[in-house]
Design a binder for this molecule. Structure first.
Ligand code: PEP
Length: 247
């Protein structure tokens, strides 16, 4: 799975143009899921462009209620209505700037799943936490609390995104990423059983480029990537997709 997080970039027109370029550039590429996550205002237009293609649409966030007096929020069924199949949940920028917690992440995941929206749950430690040696403790909490009460991993994807690697150009080494992915998979195995943990997709995110994706994806427990900056240009995103698909 390769998911492009466009963050708060691109107008509707620019999003449509990028979506068209991604479809053109990936025609004939098979064997995995390609996803783009535009801003809310561009979701429906991008979904229209991607209809019938193998590229799916994700929202960048979702609220944990169905409807009501929640000014500024968007419910899962509304995102489905706009053409979304997936949604990011708990991105570190949401946690940092909008005070999202593992508890609200959990509520969002539950609500998304109940509306048929597949969550891509983001977890990751800060630089300070890594330096203090508490990476596994932090990731463990985020995974356990985030997924608390969720019976099945069938529609869940987890993205390991070390906060210090997002948008910094400083990506985790393949070995560092693999180490945390193994930790997450073991943790999930303890709760959901080995078969479910083996089939859940674990993405790495943090300064992924067409130059470094080959080494990351070569690691046994890295099943894809969540890509920010490099997904905003069709050449680099398509370069990443082609490297991974061998096309
Ligand atoms: C992200 O937005 O999730 C991300 C990983 O960003 P970048 O690739 O720019 O580090």
């Amino acid at each position: 799975m390769l998911a492009g997080n466009w963050k708060m970039h691109l107008t509707i027109g620019e999003s449509i143009a990028l979506a068209r370029a991604v479809v053109e550039g990936t025609t004939g590429v098979t064997g995995g899921d390609v996803i783009v996550a535009p801003v809310f205002t561009a979701l429906a237009s991008v979904a229209g462009v991607l209809e019938g293609s193998q590229v799916a649409v994700a929202a960048q966030n979702v609220f944990y209620e169905d409807k009501g007096a929640y000014t500024g929020e968007v419910a899962p069924a509304m995102l489905r209505d706009a053409g979304c199949t997936y949604t990011l949940i708990g991105h570190s920028e949401r946690r940092k700037y909008f005070h999202e917690t593992d508890g609200t992440v959990n509520a969002r995941i539950k609500k998304a799943l109940s509306a048929g929206l597949k969550p891509i749950v983001c977890v990751g430690e800060t630089e300070e936490e890594r330096e203090k040696g508490v990476t596994e403790f932090v990731i463990g909490q985020q995974v356990k609390v985030g997924l608390y009460g969720i019976d099945s991993l069938e529609h869940v994807t987890v993205a390991y995104e070390p906060v210090w690697a997002i948008g910094t150009g400083k990506n985790a080494t393949p070995a560092q990423a693999q180490e945390v992915h193994v930790f997450i998979r073991r943790l999930l195995g303890g709760v959901y059983g080995g078969a479910a943990a083996d089939s859940v997709r674990l993405l790495y995110g943090g300064s992924v480029t067409s130059e470094n994706i080959g080494r990351l994806i070569g690691m046994e427990d890295i099943d894809g990537a969540l890509i920010g900056g490099a997904s905003l240009k069709s050449e680099s995103f398509i370069g990443i997709i082609k490297t991974v698909s061998g096309g």
